[in-house]
Design a protein around this ligand. Sequence first.
Ligand SMILES: Nc1ncnc2c1ncn2[C@@H]1O[C@H](COP(=O)(O)OP(=O)(O)OP(=O)(O)O)[C@@H](O)[C@H]1O
Ligand SMILES: [Mg+2]
Length: 481
Amino acid sequence: MGTYFDIDNIITAREINAAIINISGRQRMLSQRAALFALQLVCTEDSCEQDRLRQKMLAAIDLMERSHNGLINGNPGMNLPGKPSKTVWKIYFEAPYYLSQQIRNYITQVRALGQASRTELNLKNIHLKYILQVSETELLAGLDTVVSQYHKESDSLQLQLEIKQAQLYQQSCTATATAHAHAKQLERTLDDLQRTQSQLIQAEKFCSIGQMVAGVAHEINNPFNFIYGNLQCTKEYIQDLFDLINAYQEHYPNPLPSIQTKIDNIELDFLQEDLPKILDSMQLGANRIREIILSLRNFSRTDQTSQQLVDLHQGIDSTLLILRNRLKACGNRQGVEIVKDYGNLPNIECYVGQLNQVFMNILSNAIDALEEIPNHLGYITIRTSLSPDCSRVIIQIADNGPGMTPEVQDQLFDPFFTTKPLGKGTGLGLAISHKIVVDTHRGSLKCESFRGKGTEFWIEIPLQPSLSRSECKLKQMALNS
Ligand SMILES: Nc1ncnc2c1ncn2[C@@H]1O[C@H](COP(=O)(O)OP(=O)(O)OP(=O)(O)O)[C@@H](O)[C@H]1O
Ligand SMILES: [Mg+2]
C-alpha cells in the first residue's frame, strides 16, 4: 500500500483499503460455503438439487479464484491494486502457509468434485475428504492469518491517511493565511501606487501653476523696473524744473503776455501743488506692484530638492494673494473676509513650495465651501502659533462654511474622494496635502468640522523636520539650561 499525497488520493486509498478488507474476508467465507455445498451435494439424492448445488459450489469457487487473483495481481473492476505487502506475500508464497498454493489446490479439488459423476458423489469421495479437511484446518488457518494481516495493514494505513489529511488541512490553512497576507500586501502596494500617482498629478498641476506664475512675475518685473527705478529721479528732475520756474519768476516777476496766458492755461500754481502728490501716489502704487511681484515669486519658488529656512507667513500671504480674486464679492456672492491672527514664529526648515501647495488646497476648499451658501458673509481665520514645547509650528485655518457630515470627514484624506461636481474637484487636494505634511515634513494634519458651523484644519510642522521628537526635546532642554 503506497503513500498518498492529496485528498483525491486519500479518498481512493480509503476505497481500495475497504475493498481489500472486504474481499479478503470474503475468501474465508467462500471457502466455507464451497465446503458446505460440497457436503450437501454428496448427501442429496435429488438430481435437480444436485445440479443446483454443483452450480452454487462452482460459482463460489470461481469467485474465490477471481478474488485470489485480484488480491495478488490486482483487478481494477474489483478495486484491488494487487502488489501485496511483504508480510502478506510471505503468507501467500512461503512457509508455513503457502496459502496461494493451498487456495489453488482447494479450487482444483472443488472443481474436481464438481466434475464427479453421480456415483462418485459419496462421503468417501477423495476430493470431498480433502475439501472438508483443509477447509477446517490449514486453509482456514492460512485465510485467517492473511485476513488479520490485511486488517493490521489497513489500520496502519488508516492512521497514515488521517495524519496526512490533518497535514493537508494544516497546509491549506497556512496557504489560505499566506494568500490573505499576499492580498493585503497587494492592497497596500496598490494604495501606495494610487497615492504616488495622485501626488504626481497634483504636483504636476501645481508645478505648471507655479511655472506660469513665475513666468508672469518675471515678465512683469522687467518692464516694471523701468517705472519703479525711474520714479525717484523723475521726482528729482521735476523738482529741479519747479526750482527753475521759481527762479525765473523771481527774476522776471512780470512775464510777457503770451507767457502769462500759458501760465494761466496750465494753472501753474495748482500743477506745482498737485504734481508731487501724483508722483507720491505713483510711488505708492509702484511699491504695491513690487510687493505683489515679490509675493508671486515667493509663491512659485521651486524648491523640490532641498529644504530651506523660511517664514511661513510669507508663504500664506503669497497664497492669499494668488487667491485674491476669489475672495472678492461677485454677483450674489458676498466677499470672503480673511482674519489673520499671526503669532511670533521663527523661520522653519521646510519645502516651502510644497507647503504653499497645502495652504492653497485648504484655502481653496474653504472658499469653495463658503461659496455653497448664497449671500453668506464668509470668514476664513488663519491663526499661527508655536506649540507649548516650542518644537512645532501650528497653523489653524478655519471657515464658517457649511461644515461636513461625519461620512465626508471619514474619507476626507482618501485620494479621489470629492463631493464636488465632475470637472470641479479631483478629490486629490487633501490627499496630497496629507502626504506633504505627514510624510514629507513629519507633521500632522487634522480636521474638525461641524455641520452648519464650519470647518477647521489644524496643521503642525516640526521646526526641524529632520529631528525626531526626542531630539527636539533635548535641544529644547539645552536651550533652556
Ligand atoms: N473647508 C471645507 N468645508 C467643507 N467641506 C470640505 C472642506 N474642505 C474639504 N471638504 C470636503 O472634502 C472633499 C475632499 O477635498 P479635496 O480637497 O481632497 O478634494 P476636492 O476639493 O473635492 O478636489 P480637488 O482639491 O482635487 O480639486 C471635498 O470634496 C469636500 O467635500
Ligand atoms: Mg480641494
